[in-house]
Every structure is written in C-alpha cells, then in structure tokens.
Ligand binder design. Structure first.
Ligand SMILES: *[C@@H]1O[C@H](CO)[C@@H](O)[C@H](O)[C@H]1NC(C)=O
Ligand SMILES: *[C@@H]1O[C@H](CO)[C@@H](O)[C@H](O)[C@H]1NC(C)=O
Ligand SMILES: *[C@@H]1O[C@H](CO)[C@@H](O)[C@H](O)[C@H]1NC(C)=O
Ligand SMILES: *[C@@H]1O[C@H](CO)[C@@H](O)[C@H](O)[C@H]1NC(C)=O
Ligand SMILES: *[C@@H]1O[C@H](CO)[C@@H](O)[C@H](O)[C@H]1NC(C)=O
Ligand SMILES: *[C@@H]1O[C@H](CO)[C@@H](O)[C@H](O)[C@H]1NC(C)=O
Ligand SMILES: *[C@H]1O[C@@H](CO)[C@H](O)[C@@H](O)[C@@H]1NC(C)=O
Ligand SMILES: CC(=O)N[C@H]1CO[C@H](CO)[C@@H](O)[C@@H]1O
Length: 261
C-alpha cells in the first residue's frame, strides 16, 4: 500500500488516541475481542469500499495481483513481504490461515487469509484479516476482521472490475476510512498502470459486444464498472465527508508521485 502524505496531511488534527487495550504490533496476527460497538475499547467501526475497473483481462490482472507475497503493485518492494506458508511460495496456492508480514509507513502489517480463490476464469476472491497496526503519521490505529478484494472479469472479459472492501475498527473512524480508501484506490490504479496505463471508460470503448455474456460466464451485468479514475465511495464511518474523500483519492493518486510511503 502506498500513502500520500501530501494529500492526507490536512486530515491530521490533534486527535488523541484513547485506544489502550490493543497491543501493537500484534505479533500473533490475532484480533482483539469486540466490545459493545463491535470493536475494542477506544476503537470505532467503519467500512470502506473502492470500486475500480481496469481495461485489462482477468488473466493480465492475475499476473500482477495473483501472488499473496508479491505486493509490488501495492508499494512493497520486491522480496519485502514474508509469509509463514513457505510451501505456497513455489506453488502459489495460498490457503486460509496463511499470514503475510511486511512493513510500510512505519507500521508492521500482518494479514491472515480467511478466503482465497482464483479460478482461471475468475473471480479472484481474497479475504484476509488485518492485525492491529498504527500509522503514526496520521495518528491512527486500526485493524479489520474483513479486508476483501474481488477482481471480476467484465465487458465479456475485456476488462476487470475490482472491489476492495474493508470492515475495520479504528481509533478515529474518519481518519481510518480516509487512509484505507486512499491506499486501496492507489493500489487499484497501480494495477492498471502496470498493465499499460489505459483507463477504463466503458465496455463499448473496448470494442466487441460489451453487453454480451462473455466467455466462461462473465457478463456485463456482473460488473460494477465505474468511470475511471473516479471511485464509487461508500463509507459508513464518514457520512457527509464522501465528496471530500472522493476528491482526495483522485488528488492523492496524482500527488503520490511526490511523496509516497
Ligand atoms: C477524527 O479525525 C477527524 C479528522 O482529522 C477529526 O476532525 C476528528 O475530531 C477526530 N475525531 C476524534 C474522535 O478524535
Ligand atoms: C512480482 O510481480 C511483478 C508484477 O506485479 C512482477 O514483475 C515480478 O516479477 C514479480 N516478482 C516475483 C519475485 O515473482
Ligand atoms: C511469489 O512472490 C514471492 C515474493 O515476491 C516469490 O518469492 C515467489 O517466487 C513468488 N511465487 C510465484 C509462484 O511466482
Ligand atoms: C463489494 O464487496 C462487498 C464485500 O464483499 C460487498 O458487500 C459489496 O456488495 C460489493 N459491492 C459491489 C458493488 O459489488
Ligand atoms: C488515465 O487517467 C489519469 C487520471 O485522470 C490520467 O492522468 C492519465 O493521463 C489517463 N491515462 C490515459 C492513457 O488516458
Ligand atoms: C450483443 O449482446 C447482446 C446480449 O447477448 C445481444 O442481444 C446483442 O444482439 C449483441 N449485439 C451484437 C451487435 O452482437
Ligand atoms: C500462520 O500459520 C498458520 C497455519 O499454520 C497459523 O494458523 C497462524 O497462526 C500463523 N500466523 C502467524 C501470524 O504466525
Ligand atoms: C470461449 C472461451 O474463451 N472459452 C475458454 C473458457 O475457459 C477455458 C479454461 O480457461 C478455456 O480453455 C476456454 O478457451
């Protein structure tokens, strides 16, 4: 994941974390027990979704994102991600329970697979948990019991639609949603850049019959295509801030050339 400090800097306020019951880093990868609001004491629940379509085939997308320990597309340098499932490094067959470990933006990240499926014709489905971590530069702590990624062929196979959805608990749900949204949006855009940098606009623009049922059961109806590069944003935790955050995400992608973590 990449972070653009420039564009999120204005979100930083003197928010004081009252999260005291959660150990960070959570070396076992485990999540704290839920309190009355669904989160540990001092944490607040939120959800964030990024929908983004790239004008590349599912197979092309898989070549970038289909290895759980290769996160170059998410801002982690080659060979910087480790796992406790070394057998899968060769087989590329990732299974529930597998954890990956990496450091980014001063945070130690531990993500444990709960669901993993990548059939040859899609969809790619990866759900993992996110152990508690702290992003000091934004004065925010968060973790998540559902951090999901689905990549689905659309436009008869000519494009691939991503859905990044996370249900999280954060010391500040507004800041948590903004940071997570920017990370996931940047990730999705980076996949498109790796594959050639074309932007998705519509199925029709990709030629062929965009409304036809694609090979192997993919159909336009299954797509959640959004106009690139704008994202559809849903954030229960941020309410009226949606417009601001949408603009932030777009600006962040541009500004990321200046300063990314
Ligand atoms: C959460 O962060 C936002 C944005 O920085 C800030 O306006 C708000 O006061 C913070 N809320 C809490 C409870 O600290
Ligand atoms: C990691 O993925 C990138 C594409 O995103 C690829 O170019 C690179 O060769 C992969 N690295 C390894 C070690 O498989
Ligand atoms: C997956 O990525 C890791 C780290 O980049 C690499 O060591 C491994 O060889 C890759 N596996 C496959 C099957 O490409
Ligand atoms: C995105 O994924 C979430 C979690 O799986 C799901 O609840 C939601 O319906 C999906 N949204 C779309 C537009 O497919
Ligand atoms: C894709 O969209 C981005 C963001 O708006 C823009 O900077 C880039 O030039 C576009 N790329 C192409 C090939 O149109
Ligand atoms: C496109 O696909 C739809 C749905 O299968 C079909 O009804 C329509 O006739 C097709 N159009 C062309 C020009 O092939
Ligand atoms: C990674 O391996 C699995 C399967 O052996 C264990 O269940 C996990 O607890 C373990 N996770 C960590 C963080 O070590
Ligand atoms: C029409 C078409 O593209 N069919 C493909 C469906 O997927 C199988 C397995 O990947 C391919 O062999 C077919 O060519």
């Amino acid at each position: 994941m990449k972070l653009s400090l420039n564009t999120l800097a204005f979100l930083m306020t003197a928010a004081t974390s009252v999260a005291q019951t959660v150990t960070i880093p959570a070396t076992t990868g485990s999540l704290p027990p839920a309190g009355p609001n669904g989160c540990a004491a001092g944490y607040y629940p939120g959800t964030d979704t990024v929908l983004y379509t790239v004008p590349y085939t599912y197979q092309q997308v898989l070549s970038v994102i289909g290895n759980y320990t290769n996160l170059t597309w998410s801002g982690s340098p080659a060979n910087s991600v480790t796992t406790n499932n070394s057998a899968a490094l060769a087989s590329n067959d990732w299974t529930p329970g597998t954890a990956r470990f990496y450091d980014i933006a001063g945070a130690h990240v531990i993500e444990t697979i709960t669901t993993y499926s990548k059939p040859a014709n899609g969809p790619y489905v990866e759900f993992h948990t996110l152990a508690p971590l702290r992003i000091a530069s934004y004065d925010v702590d968060f973790y998540g019991d559902f951090d999901g990624q689905v990549w689905q062929p659309v436009c008869g196979g000519r494009a691939t639609a991503a859905n990044f959805t996370i249900n999280f608990c954060a010391s500040n749900a507004t800041t948590g949603a903004a940071v997570l949204h920017l990370l996931h949006m940047t990730d999705a855009v980076t996949v498109g850049q790796y594959l050639g940098g074309q932007n998705y606009t519509s199925c029709a623009a990709l030629g062929g019959n965009g409304t036809a049922t694609g090979s192997n059961g993919t159909s336009a109806a299954s797509g959640t295509a959004t106009s690139s590069p704008a994202a559809v944003y849903t954030g229960a935790a941020v309410g009226q801030a949606t417009g601001v955050l949408g603009a932030l995400a777009v600006a962040g992608i541009v500004a990321c050339a200046n300063l990314c973590l």
